[in-house]
Design a protein around this ligand. Structure first.
Ligand code: PEP
Ligand code: MG
Length: 910
């Protein structure tokens, strides 16, 4: 039996050639970080040596209830000994100790979600070795206290504030302002104090291995430190914030994280040392040229934590002693882009003038940047157009359709910061994540205002409309997370003095004080903050989006190797239809005609439903015919030359009636005032008579056409007359009539016969020939089962996957998402919300109906017009698994659907 390799080495060492075993393709084994560390070693970049423990080891460890798989610890021990041999140093050595970092690294990037321990290997002896080697006691003691602090918090979960308070106290006693000003003795005393906190806070019964002579003791043994740190990183895969992040980003829970154990390099060894994060292109707008932040004399976490304000990477070459490293870094940027053929995000450290690469990965970017970078890279010959399309995440395009400040509004800028994540937001100020959640749940928009954010803030960041921080750069936690979520964010608003305890902000240079609940507006594309609510407008499509969607259209509409992948829109008014045409919709896939009965027209349909008087009903129908005809004329004119699928009235009729509870309340009020309520009572009686126990399964869809035969007569007449009139005016109207909620073939047959009769009458009346296809909306499982029977009478099928999902699961589409789906998702009963992403069983029903229909006649066409038609994952499934010809979605999702359809086509051609 071959055993699975659990540990992979990378890099060389002072006493060893390069021994790298992994490469970039081993993402699922080594995690993104481990795979790319190995790849950077392979292409000769300077990477501190180390080894990676596989994701599978983490999975097995978790599955076994935090217990090590057989042989894993032996393999880690062997790799540790090998690393010591490669470096010619030992962990814990009193003269020249080896120190390592222990970092997480999952197959998909989850920035800041899991744990890291730095400076591992320090103890009372090895700190002396570090002093001897560096001749820098301040650095050595500072590293040691950082290690105890980080280890205690990350590995044992001890409250970080206990350590921060101790440092603050020490600063006070020493009479200094910054940590850097603390003396060597202060730092040494802090080490003792930290160990005492550790001994006090750790539960001896949970960690027997930490008990020495009856008391809990900070572990001096580097091997024990290492094992506990690796266990903590494994454990962090399942911490709350990591789980939330995975759920939001649809990352499976069963991948596990790898652990990278790597020789420490120090960016905090003085003024010729530095640490930073950078992108090979601007992640906000995609412009060419490197981009990022660094800090001199600091450790990596200081940059991303936003604790100190960083310097722009363009200034690195101006720091005395760092010029050579800056030039080397520039060279590395070029090598990485050329090698990965993508915009890379890197972490680096310069230790006494020598550059070290700590990480690289494909950089997260805004939608605007994704488009710009893809276009530039195609022009630079780095990637093909098809690759460019596969690089852009369709859901991200939503960001480009984010609201912006209305430029015609007078905007008085209160403060400026960094334009960290695009889009504008208006909301009330909240100072904590919990308050952001509370305000959001109360149905009000919130702007989360923080000194900085940290991973524990994720819930609040998700709930907030916008994020503002007074510290940190564009690579700070707040900026990275906000961009990923598409939430507007302004970072580093230095003029904001935030007092989160008093819940107020003092705006420097003014006497303005903002309080919790005050409304502000932020624009994350411009980096500005405005007091009060600025009106927002929806943006226009940019030139870059047009270019990329043009490429997408070429791919998806190319029929040379089979069928095209078409995108239609769900629209029921001329404005939406026009917008959708601008967004690139080819046709209308669903016009919900009942939406045309709202507003002042509600009165007309109400008198049709509630009256027994034939004349009143006839008059109502006549009025409806007049207004519907004008509606169809307007829309068919807008859509001339393009198909427009018009669905006959669908929802339960009581949706058009007054709410009986409100009406009863009104009656009670009137009675109390002694007013006449007899009419209202009669009305209430009639409305009550229309109520059904399960309206979603009741008198709706085609059933209305059977019960109230006048309704389809009127609607088809309106469609046909509108088309006839437009034809006579020289337009090219292409209406298609769709019959909703069919489950029995005869429902379709009878309604179709009525429609054909009316169309023939209108043709005779206007003296024009109309060609109006009549199709079925398939949204019930029975219809899928008898689809071949129905197909014999239908020109097309369009799948209403909202109702099909509802009826396949027996989940109420109105209630499930509020009542029990969150629990189903949380408990992993379901992997995804089936009303968002098409469920595999529903997809099978769609496929079955398509196959049955096609078998009857190759003339039929097939579409999807449920909400899933605008979901990128479902779009791929509909085209490639079910074999539909088009998807139809709301206007703002059309750009996304065009890109998703092109990607589906490329996937199918692979
Ligand atoms: C559907 O059921 O998927 C559909 C598009 O129709 P409606 O949402 O109007 O019921
Ligand atoms: Mg429906």
């Amino acid at each position: 039996m071959t055993t699975m390799q659990r540990v992979y080495k990378f890099g060389g060492g002072v006493a060893s050639p390069d021994v790298t075993e992994g490469d970039a393709s081993m993402n699922y084994i080594l995690g993104g970080k481990g795979a790319n560390l190995a790849e950077m070693c392979r292409i000769g970049l300077p990477v501190p040596p180390g080894f990676t423990i596989t994701c599978q080891t983490c999975v097995e460890y978790d599955e076994a209830g935090n217990s090590w798989p057989d042989g894993a610890l032996d393999e880690i021990e062997a790799a540790t000994c090998d690393l010591e041999a490669r470096m010619g140093k030992r962990l814990g050595d009193a003269e020249d100790p080896l120190l390592v970092s222990v970092r997480s690294g999952a197959p998909f990037s989850m920035p800041g979600m899991m744990d890291t321990v730095l400076n591992l290997g320090l103890n009372d002896e090895s700190v002396m070795g570090l002093i001897a080697q560096t001749d820098n006691p301040h650095f050595a003691w500072d590293s040691y206290r950082r290690f105890i602090q980080m280890f205690s918090n990350v590995v044992l979960g001890i409250d970080a504030d206990l350590f921060e308070n101790a440092i603050a106290q020490r600063r006070l006693i020493a009479g200094v302002r910054t940590d850097a000003e603390l003396s060597d003795e202060d730092l040494r005393d802090l080490v003792d104090e930290f160990k005492a906190i550790f001994a006090r806070e750790v539960d001896a019964s949970a960690y027997p291995e930490l008990v020495v002579d009856g008391t809990v003791t900070f572990p001096a043994d580097p091997r024990l430190q290492l094992r506990l740190a690796i266990q903590a990183v494994f454990g962090s895969w399942m911490n709350e914030r990591a789980c939330i992040y995975r759920q939001r980003n649809r990352i499976p829970d069963d991948l596990g994280t790898a652990v990278n154990v790597q020789v420490m390099v120090f960016g905090n060894k003085g003024e010729t040392s530095a640490t930073g994060v950078a992108f090979t292109r601007d992640p906000a707008c995609g412009a060419r040229g490197t981009y990022g932040d660094f800090l001199v004399n600091a450790q990596g976490e200081d940059v991303v934590a936003g604790i100190r304000n960083t310097e722009p990477i363009s200034d690195l070459a101006n720091v005395p002693g760092l010029e050579e490293a800056a030039a080397e870094l520039d060279r590395v940027f070029g090598i990485l882009e050329g090698h990965y053929r993508d915009m890379c995000d890197i972490e680096f450290t310069i230790e006494q003038g020598k550059l070290w690469m700590l990480q690289t990965r494909a950089g997260k970017r805004t939608a605007a940047a994704a488009l710009r970078i893809a276009i530039d890279m195609v022009e630079e010959g780095l990637i093909s157009r098809d690759e460019a399309l596969m690089r852009i995440d369709p859901s991200q395009l939503d960001q480009l359709l984010h609201p912006q400040f209305d430029t015609s509004a007078a905007v008085d800028v209160l403060a400026r910061g960094l334009n960290a994540s695009p889009g504008a937001a208006v909301g009330e100020i909240v100072f904590s994540s919990d308050d952001a959640v509370a305000v959001h749940e109360a149905g009000r928009p919130a702007i989360l205002v923080r000194w900085e954010t940290n991973p524990d803030d994720l819930k609040g960041m998700v709930a907030a409309e916008g994020i503002l921080t007074s510290h940190g750069g564009k690579t700070s936690h707040a900026a990275v997370i906000a961009r990923g979520m598409g939430t507007p964010c302004v970072c580093g608003v230095e003029s904001f003095r935030i007092d989160a305890v008093a819940k107020e902000v003092h705006v420097l240079g003014t006497d303005i004080v903002l309080h919790e609940g005050d409304v502000i507006s932020i624009d994350g594309g411009q980096g500005i903050v405005v007091a009060g609510a600025v009106p927002l407008v929806k943006p226009e499509l940019t030139g870059d989006l047009d270019t990329v969607l043009g490429w997408a259209d070429e791919v998806r509409l190319d029929e040379s190797a089979g069928r095209g992948y078409h995108v239609r829109v769900n629209a029921d008014n001329p404005e939406d239809a026009e917008l959708a045409l601008e967004f690139g919709a080819e046709a209308i896939g669903l016009c919900r005609t009942e939406h045309m009965f709202l507003g002042d027209r509600k009165q007309i349909i109400q008198s049709f439903i509630l009256s027994d008087d034939a004349d009143v009903r006839a008059k109502a129908l006549e009025d409806l015919l007049a207004v519907q005809t004008e509606d169809f004329v307007a829309m068919l004119r807008t859509m001339t030359g393009r198909a427009m699928v018009i669905r006959l009235i669908d929802p339960p009729l009581h949706e058009f009636l007054d709410d009986p509870r409100e009406l009863a309340g009104e009656i009670a009020r009137k009675e109390a005032l002694g007013q006449d309520v007899s009419d209202a009572r009669e009305r209430l009686r009639l409305i009550d008579g229309m109520m059904e126990s399960n309206p979603m399964l009741g008198l709706r869809g085609v059933r209305l056409s059977i019960v109230y035969a006048d309704l389809p007569l009127m609607q088809v007449r309106a469609v046909a007359s509108a088309a006839a009139r437009l034809k006579l005016e020289g337009f090219d109207p292409r209406p298609e009539i769709m019959i909703p909620l069919v489950s029995i073939t005869e429902e379709h047959v009878q309604t179709r016969a009525v429609a054909e009769r009316v169309i023939a009458e209108v043709e005779a009346e206007y003296g024009v020939k109309l060609d109006i296809p009549i199709g079925t909306m398939i949204e019930l499982p029975r219809a899928c089962l008898v689809a071949d029977e129905i197909a014999a009478h239908a020109d097309f099928f369009c799948f209403g996957t909202n109702d099909l999902t509802q009826t396949t699961f027996g989940f109420s589409r109105d209630d499930a998402e509020a009542k029990f789906l969150p629990a189903y998702l949380h408990e992993k009963v379901l992997a995804a919300n089936p009303f968002e992403t098409v469920d595999p069983a529903v997809l099978q029903l769609v496929k079955m109906a398509v196959d049955k229909g096609r078998a009857v006649t190759s003339e039929m066409h097939f579409g999807v017009c449920g909400e899933h038609g605008g979901d990128p994952t479902s779009i791929v499934d509909f085209f490639n698994t079910a074999g539909v010809d088009y998807v139809s979605c709301s206007p703002y999702r059309v750009p996304l659907a065009r890109l998703a359809a092109a990607r589906a086509k490329l996937i199918s051609e692979r």
